[in-house]
Write a protein that binds this ligand. Sequence first.
Ligand SMILES: Cc1cc2nc3c(=O)[nH]c(=O)nc-3n(C[C@H](O)[C@H](O)[C@H](O)COP(=O)(O)OP(=O)(O)OC[C@H]3O[C@@H](n4cnc5c(N)ncnc54)[C@H](O)[C@@H]3O)c2cc1C
Length: 414
Amino acid sequence: MSERPPVTVIGAGIVGVCCALYLQREGFRVRLVDRAAPGEGASLGNAGNLGFASCVPAAMPGILKKVPRMLFDADAPLKLRWSHLPKALPWFLRFVANARPARVEAIADARDSLLKRLHEGYQPLIEDAGAEGLINPSGLMMTWESEEAFQGAAYALDLRRRRGVTFDILDGHEARQIEPSLARNVARAVFIPRLAHVLDPLKLTQTLARNFDRRGGEILRASVRGFEIGPDGPRRILTENGTLDAGTIVIAAGVWSRALAAELGTAVPLEAERGYHVMFADPPLRMRVAVMSGDRYIAVTHMADGVRATGIAEFAAPDAPPDMANARLVQRHAEALIPALKSDPTSQWMGPRPSHPDSKPVIGRSPRFPNVFFAFGHDHIGLALGGITGKLVGELVAGRAPSVDLAPFRPDRF
Ligand SMILES: Cc1cc2nc3c(=O)[nH]c(=O)nc-3n(C[C@H](O)[C@H](O)[C@H](O)COP(=O)(O)OP(=O)(O)OC[C@H]3O[C@@H](n4cnc5c(N)ncnc54)[C@H](O)[C@@H]3O)c2cc1C
């Protein structure tokens, strides 16, 4: 039995499970609480990319001109439930302010400081769980269907290049030699070798959670409703089934962390950027690499149980019913990019990316209570950053200096 005090991690998505595993490695007795089974939030249906090249933030110079056009273009990936606009407006204003070039460079540096350590974060967890077979390091192909669209991506590619990401620039013919399933009209491509994807993101979280359990961790199914606050901070966690002694608390509940952080006196501008996927379970092709379309804003990945196409950023309440017209839009784009996919998809899914307006997660100690830590808001790169976030949370809770400068990720930066 460990001598360290108990820690409760709220949220068993990829981020919470990795936090729980690292805390366990630090010698804490760890309880992982989720209202659902591990991995069934946003972590279930993502594109699977362990995108070490994803330092580019969502808000880029020129975004202010693009957003209104995108909102009124039925084929564009940006969607807004208009009833949600009053709630989301402050977020959008901050988002636009982050598109200034100096901010973009600083945000790219911050994201890159975590992404560079992606494999260091995951490797021990994946090895210990015997999950190596879920990782395919086949590389990522980014595509464009016109020279003009490719030129429009020059700054984003330069941001990556200046942070040490190496890639090959290809014409359409060269791209199709690597990935023959690409449509004839793909004119330009960038291939990032060795960029890995997860063959089944849900299975990865489940496998890691099972390993946490095997190593003596406790997984509790309960919905957290709030906290009983004592003079030194929260002393009880209130769930629908009763109360739990608090000890140390880590909030890792994806987009739902906003409400839990607010209960604990910290306001964060976290919005649901809801994405959709369609699965083609029995595709008549075998894709060699993962693909991401720079002009269609979709990703297509051959996973263990078929081809998954993902996309869309829909701003709406996290738990509002999905609008599966968005999944059909992803499907249309996927069939245009990979023509052999033309068949009925077997399933559709929606999940909320937890997004801050400055495209950076919150990783750090609560500004209000010393026994509370935050690990949420990983937007489009939460799968990639699960391992390293867990490692940093382990270091913080253990009272050691974190191995990455966490100043850019402070919870009180907003
Ligand atoms: C379409 C799409 C494609 C994506 N593609 C990629 C990709 O290729 N690569 C990448 O790195 N990232 C990708 N992402 C982003 C990534 O999936 C997320 O950033 C990541 O899954 C967030 O993980 P999380 O653990 O923070 O949140 P979640 O997985 O959402 O987990 C949060 C958990 O908290 C639980 N919870 C919430 N509230 C409570 C409560 N009150 N009590 C108890 N439990 C609670 C939920 O049940 C849930 O299990 C994609 C996302 C989408 C939607």
